[in-house]
Design a protein around this ligand. Structure first.
Ligand SMILES: Nc1nc2c(ncn2[C@@H]2O[C@H](COP(=O)(O)OP(=O)(O)O)[C@@H](O)[C@H]2O)c(=O)[nH]1
Ligand SMILES: [Mg+2]
Length: 169
């Protein structure tokens, strides 16, 4: 191995910043990085200098989740391809989580004086406030769901942690 560059594989779940990390180390945009899973298709070697080469990989995910809560949280963050889990269900579950753990951030972001008991009703209210209305005055809940997840993923609602110490008890 003497004289050969060190070859290092960068591994992690999808959409966590592997490609961004490699670009940062390289000091230039050598591999594609975007805020959605599945951007890096195959394995790609990036030569940093004479001593170091990094391997960008598409990312790994468990083939099957035993714990649905874990799957859901990964889907909130964008680690699971959209479309695998129902987007309205995801939005409702995220609202339920935020109502308990970050009620004030939720109120502030969406101008709500009180949080509604039912998360689906809340999704409708939030969508209406953003003008996402279809014929008959009902909320376009699919659009509202996409908006909510997008804002959550881009930190517009605030700095949020999905995992809590109590969960480990
Ligand atoms: N907030 C934050 N976002 C990051 C960080 N690193 C990467 N990102 C963003 O996360 C998204 C996914 O990054 P990417 O490098 O494509 O992830 P990959 O799928 O693991 O290769 C992109 O929108 C990045 O700009 C970080 O350290 N902090
Ligand atoms: Mg990547």
């Amino acid at each position: 191995m003497a004289g050969k560059p060190l070859r290092v594989m960068v591994v992690g779940i999808t959409n966590v910043g592997k490609s961004t990390f490699i670009n940062r180390i390289a000091g230039s945009k050598r591999v594609k990085a975007e805020n959605r899973p599945g951007v890096t298709r195959g394995n790609q070697w990036v030569s940093i200098d004479k001593q170091l080469e990094l391997l960008d990989t598409p990312g790994v995910l468990w083939p099957k989740f035993e714990d649905q809560t874990v799957a859901e949280r990964l889907a909130f963050t964008g680690a699971v391809k959209d479309g695998i889990l129902d987007i309205e269900l995801l939005a409702v579950r995220l609202l339920e989580n935020l109502s308990v753990n970050y009620p004030n951030l939720l109120k502030e972001r969406y101008n709500l004086s009180e949080l509604e008991e039912d998360a689906y009703d809340m999704l409708c209210t939030i969508g209406k406030k953003r003008g996402m209305v279809i014929r008959g005055g009902e909320t376009d809940t699919v659009r509202a769901s996409a908006m909510l997840l997008e804002e959550y993923r881009n930190c517009k609602i605030g700095r949020i942690s999905l995992e809590r110490v109590e969960d480990r008890a």
